[in-house]
Each structure stands twice: as structure tokens, then as C-alpha cells.
Design a protein around this ligand. Structure first.
Ligand code: GDP
Ligand code: IMO
Ligand code: MG
Length: 422
């Protein structure tokens, strides 16, 4: 059985926790897009781990974790994560495999990311990890891939070509001194040396695993509305964060995907700029941010918070072919008198029931809300659906009916045990 885990909102839905839990039942866990802009949190025995590039299943001994061709790899960040796990005594020998076709993030991508932001009238609020510039090079066919780090002659030519053009841009457009070839060349050859033992043909490996009836979990990063095509463009990331990305980013054909699980937060959050129709007022936003500890796992930035947006999530279910869902962070809503759910957007007398592509509508529309009673907490000790307070069950049953999908996992805390399987 091959399962894709995908975020249904603007990322940070709690994918890390779900991947960690479901990893126990599979053989392979694969990242297929994004890079170290992702921050996936796993809490085990009270200890918090945050993964940026390494799949969130790595804490399960014996599981094979892969980074697919669709990911952009910052070797500095990856090596730091590998060393971090080693320091904790977590053995990943032979268990972490990296696609040679994945593109590599270089220091000039990270600097360019920040310099470009500085020049925009409307900043995106990127993570500054070089994601956009690296994917741009991939599409421009001048990118450097992991496999190139293992071939000094190829790396030399590609890096020289890149620096020839990029240093001109750095100097003339950004008044930045640019980069010298030698130090970058030596540094990236060294990364090639460190990573060489992990470089594999991931497409071949996974297709062979499918033939042997092994189970694969595809770990999405970011979320549907950060997708380069379907997100709130231009306030998006630069990869295909929707379920289709699992095929492009690994070399597994669409017919081999059996199940798509959507991960959704019981409310909505967003880091960075861009439209957010159901965003809370400042004061209430601060309250929920505090209760949910809504600070970015990668950049530490405060996350913007708002009510659950049913229009968005309905769109995500359609775009990803979601068959069932995990609803996260229900405990954060404990103690509220009432809870709102956005069921449509009103703009110039018209009610939109489907997520609008038009940026003006999304920015100016007023949410139409359904209000339901809240519940008293705490609920984080509850392990069976039927033991949840009527207010929680009522909220979930409204959501499930509205979205037309069933919920198989409910999360009431960050620990593995704080989970209800329905
Ligand atoms: P991801 O990017 O989708 O993996 O999500 P993040 O790890 O960036 O953010 C989710 C945060 O919520 C992490 O700090 C998790 O430990 C935490 N978390 C996950 N599930 C729950 C839950 O049910 N309740 C609470 N209170 N926290 C949760
Ligand atoms: P996970 O996998 C939340 C946001 C950034 C910014 C936009 C573009 O943890 O859910 P980028 O650096 O990708 O060019 O930034 O996307 N963003 C995320 N927001 N969770 C993430 O990942 C994100 N990855 C990128 O804040 O608004
Ligand atoms: Mg995150």
C-alpha cells in the first residue's frame, strides 16, 4: 500500500507527527518536494525533533528514508541534520538514501532569495533557504544536481558557468561582491564526499520496492495552498506541494498511489505574507498562537492564525484526491465559547463556494461563517472518539459533512500517544 501525506492548508498542519506515527507500518518513507524550508516536528518520549530534509520516519529503526529527485537539497543543512541524529545516537547507516537527480542549493541561492525579497514591492516572506532561486535554476536548465558533486570535472564546468552569469547579476543588480569559484568548488566537492555513500537511484529503488509489495509513505512538505500552481500565487513556495508532486518528485507512476491522506489543522495558520480570509483579529490571534505554540519550526516566526477555512480545505480535497483525513490540534480549541467555520466567501454581492483563483477576490472577500458551540477542556487525555465532549464531536461531524470526507485520525496533543484512531 502506497500512501501520500499532504498538507491541506498553508503548511505546518502537523504532517511530521502523522508521518512519524504511520511510519511504524511502512517500509519506506520518501520526501518528494520542497527543501529545508520545511520544518516537521516529531515528539517522542517528551523529546522534540525538527526535520527539514530528512524524512520524519527516521526515528523508527530499520525504516528506509529517501529524499527524492523533486527535493532541493542544501548539503549544509542536510549534513547538520545527519550529524544531529548521530550525536543523539540514532543510527541511520544504510537507511538514508538521496536521489542523485535532486538539485543542490548553493550559497548564492540563499543570498539571492533574500536580495530578491528586498527588491519586491510585496514581499513573499520566504524562509530565506534559497528554495525559489534553486528551483528557478532547475527549470532554467543550469542547476547543479547531487550527482554532479561526485564528478569534479562536471561540477567545475557547471559551477563556472553559473558563477559567470550570477556574479554579473550580483554586482550589477544587487551591488553584492559575488562568489569566488575556488572556495565554493572545494566546499561542494567535500559535501559530495560526505554524501556519496547515500546517493542512490531512488526511482529504481522505489519501483523495485513496489514490485516486492513493500509499503511506501510519501511525505509532503508545505501545503496545498503553497503549491506553485494551485496556491495563493505569488505567495507560494516553488514546488508542487500537492499529491501529484509525489509522482514527479520520485519517479513512481500515478497508478501506484493507493491512498491520499490530507492533514488539516482544526483551525488555520500561515507563515509569511499573502491573503488569509479567515485570519483572527490581533488579540484573539495572540491567544490561539500562544495556546497552539504557533511559531515557525524553521524560522521561528510567529504564525498568523485564523478560523478553519472549509472552502480552502474542500479545494484541497479535490486537488489532491484526498480519501481520508487527519484533524490536528483539536486540543488548542479547548475552552472556547463558540467556534467558527468558513463555508463561503462574499465579494460584491456574490457568494463563492469554491476557492477563487482571483487574487482580488481572495484579498477582499468576507468569509461567511457557520458558528457552532465550543467545549470545555482538556481533551488531550482522551483516546476514544466516543469519549470526546459532545462539542468536539459536533464540530467534527459538521466539518466532515461539509467537506464530504471522513476523518481517520484525530490529534489532541503533540505526543504520539495523544492520538485517536477513528
Ligand atoms: P508540519 O510542518 O506539518 O510537520 O507541522 P509543524 O511541525 O511545523 O507544526 C506542527 C506543530 O504542532 C508541532 O510543534 C507539533 O509538535 C505540534 N502538534 C502536532 N499535533 C498536535 C496536536 O494535536 N496538538 C498540539 N497541541 N500540538 C500538536
Ligand atoms: P512545512 O513543510 C509553512 C512559506 C514561507 C513563505 C512561502 C515561500 O513545515 O509545512 P519559500 O522559502 O518556500 O520560498 O517560502 O512559503 N513556507 C512554509 N510555511 N510551512 C512550511 O513547510 C513552509 N515552507 C515554506 O513562509 O510564505
Ligand atoms: Mg512545519
Amino acid at each position: 500500500m502506497n500512501t501520500v501525506i499532504v498538507g491541506t492548508q498553508w503548511g505546518d498542519e502537523g504532517k511530521g507527527k502523522i508521518i512519524d506515527i504511520l511510519s511504524a507500518k511502512v517500509d519506506y518513507i520518501v520526501r518528494y518536494q520542497g527543501g529545508s524550508n520545511a520544518g516537521h516536528t516529531v515528539v517522542v518520549d517528551g523529546k522534540e525533533y525538527i526535520f527539514h530534509l530528512i524524512p520524519s520516519g527516521i526515528l523508527h529503526p530499520g525504516k528506509i528514508c529517501c529524499i527524492g529527485n523533486g527535493v532541493v537539497i542544501d548539503p549544509e543543512s542536510l549534513v547538520k541534520e545527519i550529524e544531529g541524529l548521530a550525536a543523539l545516537g540514532i543510527n541511520i547507516d544504510g537507511r538514508l538514501k538521496i536521489s542523485g537527480s535532486a538539485h543542490v542549493i548553493l550559497p548564492y541561492h540563499k543570498i539571492l532569495d533574500k536580495l530578491r525579497e528586498g527588491k519586491r514591492t510585496h514581499r513573499i516572506g520566504t524562509t530565506g533557504r534559497g528554495i525559489g532561486p534553486c528551483y528557478s535554476d532547475k527549470i532554467n536548465r543550469c542547476g547543479i544536481r547531487v550527482i554532479d558533486l561526485l564528478n569534479p570535472a562536471v561540477l567545475k564546468n557547471k559551477l563556472k558557468d553559473n558563477l559567470k552569469e550570477k556574479n554579473e547579476i550580483f554586482k550589477k543588480v544587487y551591488n553584492h561582491p559575488g562568489y569566488s569559484f575556488n572556495s565554493l568548488y572545494q566546499e561542494y566537492l567535500r559535501y559530495g564526499d560526505i554524501l556519496s555513500g547515500r546517493v542512490s537511484d531512488i526511482a529504481l529503488l522505489l519501483n523495485q520496492a513496489c514490485r516486492r509489495k513493500k509499503d511506501i509513505l510519501f511525505e509532503g512538505a508545505q501545503g496545498t495552498f503553497l503549491d506553485i500552481d494551485f496556491g495563493t500565487y505569488p505567495f507560494v513556495t516553488s514546488s508542487s506541494a500537492t499529491a501529484g508532486g509525489a509522482c514527479i518528485g520520485t519517479g513512481i507512476s500515478p497508478d501506484k498511489l493507493d491512498k491520499i491522506i490530507g492533514v488539516t489543522k482544526a483551525y488555520t495558520t500561515r507563515v509569511g505574507e499573502g491573503p488569509f480570509p479567515t485570519e483572527f483579529s490581533l488579540e484573539f490571534g495572540n491567544l490561539i498562537r500562544g495556546k497552539g505554540n504557533e511559531f515557525g519550526a524553521t524560522t521561528g516566526r510567529p504564525r498568523r492564525c485564523g478560523w478553519f477555512d472549509g472552502v480552502m480545505v474542500k479545494g484541497a480535497i479535490m486537488l489532491n484526491g484526498i480519501t481520508d483525513m487527519a484533524v490536528m490540534k483539536l486540543d488548542v480549541l479547548d475552552g472556547l465559547k463558540s467556534i467558527k467555520i468558513c463555508t463561503g466567501y462574499k465579494y460584491r454581492g456574490k457568494v463563492f463556494k469554491d476557492f477563487p483563483a482571483d487574487f482580488t477576490v481572495l484579498t477582499k472577500a468576507l468569509p461567511v461563517y457557520k458558528e457552532v458551540p465550543g467545549w470545555q477542556g482538556p481533551i488531550n487525555h482522551i483516546r476514544r472518539y466516543k469519549d470526546l465532549p459532545p462539542g468536539v464531536r459536533n464540530y467534527l461531524s459538521f466539518l466532515s459533512d461539509f467537506l464530504g470526507v471522513s476523518f481517520s485520525i484525530l490529534s489532541v496533543g503533540s505526543y504520539r500517544s495523544e492520538t485517536i484512531f477513528v
